[in-house]
Write a protein that binds this ligand. Sequence first.
Ligand code: NAD
Length: 257
Amino acid sequence: MKLAGKIAVVTGGAQGIGRATAERLLLEGANVVIGDVNQTRLEETALALGQPDRILALVTDVSKKEEVETLVTAAVRRFGRIDIMVNNAGIAPVQDFLSVTKADYDKVLGINLEGAFWGTQAAARQMIAQGHGGVIINMSSINSGLANPNVAIYAISKAGMNQVTGTAAVAFAPHGIRVVGVGPGTIDTEMVRGDFVSSATDRAILARTPLGRYGKAEEIASVVAFLASDDASYITGETIYPDGGRRVLNYVMPEKR
Ligand code: NAD
């Protein structure tokens, strides 16, 4: 158990990567607070994960600064402190570049980028007050550095998030707080099963994925667990990319493998 006795907060923890992360952190011995805007799914997940004495679920909209702060405060009130903050909540609407409205733009940036910023700030404030360091993990994406105009605002939000990671890592290093990012490739969750992936994009994604398959949420959760642990004690400011080889591939993979 890499994280015995640690207290972790995971936003967007009701499903997908966030849920898998909560499950893995519990397995590694942490107590976990999950925040999500989807109350029904959040309650189902909290119940399904079992161990009610080690889980707290709180309805949270991460685009609202005060709600992210309340989530951190609730974790401290229930478990006494916070050691790990995972800013995971995100949305990825597929949309033509020219059709993006101000409301669309504000919504994606508000959840993906501002949510991570305020989550990082609230967690860092608490960790500094505690005086024992901590780890903040931001769920980025390969889209932070690859240009897909159908998810332009999403890509912009994740590129910005990488600078939340970098700047916060430098700001909080003197306090023993590490800030790291995880930038998954395409992972089999509801986000991609929805309108993110059509059969044409599915073919395109697999042609750009040397490992020849989508990742599983558990394969991202395991990277989070590693980064949250002392095994990653010299990593800060970086975003790690569990992407099946997508970012390093030039051209495309052969159709028949
Ligand atoms: P998902 O849609 O399955 O889960 C996202 C969760 O975030 C949901 O439970 C949703 O209710 C919650 N959420 C949405 N808006 C919220 C808000 N305002 N406040 C609080 N919670 C909110 O998606 P996922 O695939 O598990 O994605 C999780 C994270 O991983 C996201 O940040 C996403 O950008 C990132 N990511 C996913 C993939 C992928 O291929 N699935 C790839 C790269 C990065």
